[in-house]
Design a protein around this ligand. Structure first.
Ligand SMILES: O=C(O)[C@H](O)[C@@H](O)[C@H](O)[C@H](O)COP(=O)(O)O
Length: 234
């Protein structure tokens, strides 16, 4: 574990002793962003990550006293599966926020969804997003932006979302996906990344230090845009 106190960290770095403290901090921060967005614009629009890290924070956030009827939540990326599939990120959002009164917007309706379908749905939203909350992979991916055949399009398209087929397919979810593009992520009013573990931390720090030249997608995607980072060792 390369845990040197003098290790460089980007602006907006928040470190926690454990996953519960990080989940509490993430839930409170996202609730604050939602409350401010509603106060300023009457609505709040946020994209949230898939994967396992955010679940404890989703649990706490879903219990926050907010005017959820003014909130729209969508996945920042989703696997090309039906909502009944355990791989569906939308199903996880529905599990934690389905009872709040928020509007839940799928990126993927089913395995046949196209990028055009997703972009048509996103075109109805009061863009830009108030928040894009991201996870990070040990290979430096974020959302479903991986190195591979669709990487350049994900970094350069003006479209809000695109279909990607990572190569190699990630073993934990070996399917194509629809993901927000780098441009959509950078256009959000706020960005947050939550992640656990020293290996991922070291990849993220390297990526953020590299900026858009980074070989790690998250560095190129964020391109040093203001972002808050929430990290715990486990
Ligand atoms: O659809 C997905 O899988 C995610 O959006 C992906 O970007 C995820 O956030 C990271 O892979 C981290 O996943 P963990 O939180 O499970 O480590």
């Amino acid at each position: 574990m390369n845990d040197r106190a003098d290790q460089w960290h980007p602006e907006g770095w928040h470190e926690f002793d454990g996953a519960d403290a990080m989940a509490q901090a993430c839930a409170e921060r996202v609730a604050g962003i939602i409350g401010n967005a509603i106060a300023e614009r009457g609505t709040a629009l946020l994209a949230v990550p898939g994967g396992s890290t955010p679940a404890p924070a989703f649990e706490l956030l879903g219990r926050q006293a907010l005017d959820w009827t003014k909130v729209t939540i969508l996945p920042g990326d989703d696997r090309m599966v039906d909502h009944g599939d355990p791989l569906s990120n939308f199903a996880m959002i529905d599990r934690y926020f389905g009872g709040t009164g928020a509007t839940l917007l799928p990126l993927v309706e089913d395995a046949g969804t196209s990028a055009d379908d997703a972009n048509r749905r996103l075109s109805t939203l009061p863009w830009p997003l108030d928040l894009v909350w991201l996870g990070a992979g040990g290979d430096g991916h974020t959302a479903s932006i991986f190195r591979g055949p669709d990487y350049l399009e994900a970094l350069t398209t003006d479209a809000r979302a695109l279909k990607v087929t990572p190569d190699p397919l990630p073993p934990e979810a070996p399917v194509s996906r629809i993901t927000l593009s780098a441009g959509a992520i950078r256009s959000a009013r706020h960005r947050m990344v939550s992640l656990r573990g020293t290996d991922k931390r070291d990849v993220l720090l390297a990526a953020m230090s590299d900026g858009n030249r980074s070989p790690y997608p998250i560095g190129a995607v964020l391109d040093r845009a203001d972002t808050e980072f929430y990290w715990s060792p486990a």
